[in-house]
Design a protein around this ligand. Structure first.
Ligand SMILES: Cc1cc2nc3c(=O)[nH]c(=O)nc-3n(C[C@H](O)[C@H](O)[C@H](O)COP(=O)(O)OP(=O)(O)OC[C@H]3O[C@@H](n4cnc5c(N)ncnc54)[C@H](O)[C@@H]3O)c2cc1C
Length: 410
């Protein structure tokens, strides 16, 4: 069940599937999940393979505004939270695919993800962290042509009154509720285009000029907004625009459709969350895509929680036992009869596979150069030059460095 798009994965070809855990979206929720999965804990149990698939900027909405997590004592200026997360991601890297996931197919024992450009990926677990909207390249023009409503009820109107009359071809992007602002918007600027995720029938029934669809991409010329590509039922259309207004109130009330196959509530947000993975075992949700409250601190927490849950789910499938996650879940295997056992005891039948492209420490190169994702430790120990004890020692250190996983135990 392997797919072409995964050829860039360092572990390509070692497992029957492309990646153990795929994370969809790289805002605070997705980044938190990715880092938690790669780093896991200070005394590392066994790393698994993971990748991020993201259609927008790394950091999602937290790249745009300040992130006040709990109160002024825990706040980050715009982009600073993301910078910190990126730093950790550089230390414990994982592949990041640029693209939009359009379908999540639940097969008998795995998931098949389909991207907008046709690429496909198979995975044992999925963490949906795709926020409340597909941001694409909107962040590149933030406050330079792209603005948003925020704050309180009154401020929504203050912003619309300030922004709409001063431009020639504004585009207002929002959720279904945006219909209720159509008259105000068109009074302020009759040439405004409203893009809403409603049905064609609702568009026809509306007395205002609405376009059913979503914003796909913004185009610029000499650093200025000139056009927007909109995805509609009739296909992609291009509109001249000189300003894009994101109407967050309506985006928060109802989400535009999630990728096909992802269960959603009446308001469009994801049904499943960390504690409700029974809806679809192996499919986890975190952050804004699971509904309100929309906040970076919630997204970070749910991302970490989804990562632990996905880790436990996949670990059992791959290795047939429970992972040692003392400090987060407790470890019932610690008893009088168990003395000084490893979190993950290495043995000859295990087949190591690389999680990163380059050897993390030069002194571990002898074992690193042997690992090919096909041969077991017993087979590798027959190679000349590196004794069995040294091989085991180096493999242990490579696990500490989060550089190795192992193929599923057969
Ligand atoms: C101006 C502003 C100020 C804010 N201030 C605060 C604050 O002070 N405190 C606070 O706690 N919160 C604040 N927030 C909210 C906070 O930023 C969000 O709640 C948080 O970013 C949500 O994180 P997320 O990872 O769930 O989603 P997002 O940050 O939205 O990230 C989701 C990512 O997934 C991508 N994506 C979407 N669909 C797909 C798909 N199908 N396939 C692949 N990728 C996809 C998106 O393009 C995006 O990159 C603010 C938001 C804004 C806009």
């Amino acid at each position: 069940m392997q797919c072409k798009s995964a050829t860039e994965f360092p572990w390509a070809g070692s497992h029957p599937w492309d990646v153990d855990i795929a994370i969809v979206g790289a805002g605070p929720a997705g980044l938190s999940a990715a880092i938690r999965l790669r780093w896991l804990k200070t005394m590392p149990p066994l790393p698994l393979s993971a990748c991020l698939i993201n259609s927008g900027p790394l950091g999602g909405l937290a790249q745009l505004g300040n992130s006040i997590l709990t109160s002024p004592g825990l706040s980050f200026p715009a982009g600073e939270l993301v910078k910190r997360l990126k730093r950790d991601l550089q230390k414990w890297p994982l592949p990041i695919l640029r693209g939009k996931v359009v379908a999540v197919d639940h097969k008998k024992d795995h998931f098949k993800l389909t991207l907008e450009d046709g690429r496909q990926l198979t995975t044992l677990a999925v963490i949906m962290a795709c926020g409340m909207l597909d941001i694409r390249n909107m962040a590149d023009f933030w406050r330079q042509g792209v603005v948003a409503t925020f704050g309180n009820r009154e401020n929504i109107f203050t912003i619309l009154k300030k922004e709409l009359p001063t431009c020639a071809n504004p585009l207002v992007v929002g959720g279904r509720h945006l219909r209720h602002l159509a008259k105000t918007i068109h009074t302020l600027n009759p040439k405004a285009t409203l893009v809403v995720p409603i049905s064609q029938q609702e568009v026809e029934e509306s007395s205002s000029a609405l376009i059913m669809g979503e914003l796909q991409e913004i185009k610029e010329k000499d650093g200025k907004l000139v056009a927007a590509i909109l995805k509609t039922a009739q296909g992609l259309i291009e509109r001249q625009v000189d300003k894009v207004i994101l109407e967050f109130n309506s985006l928060e009330l109802e989400r535009s459709p999630l990728p096909m196959g992802v269960p959603s509530q009446k308001n469009g947000f994801m049904t499943t969350c960390v504690h409700a993975q029974d809806v679809t075992p192996g499919l986890f949700g975190a952050g804004d895509c699971t509904g309100p409250p929309f906040a970076a601190v919630v997204a970070l927490g749910q991302g970490a929680e989804a990562a632990f849950a996905a880790y436990r789910f996949v670990y059992e499938i791959k290795y047939g036992g429970k992972p040692a996650l003392f400090a987060y879940y407790g470890d019932s295997e610690v008893t009088d009869t168990l003395t000084e056992r490893d979190d993950f005891p290495l043995h000859g039948k295990l087949v190591p596979a690389k999680l990163i492209h380059d050897c993390p420490l030069p002194e571990l190169n002898p074992a690193w150069s042997l690992v090919d994702g096909r041969r077991s430790i017993a087979e590798l120990s027959k190679e000349k030059g590196l004794g069995e004890k040294e091989l085991y020692g180096q493999l242990r250190k490579l696990i500490q460095e989060r550089a190795l996983t192992f193929c599923p135990v057969r």
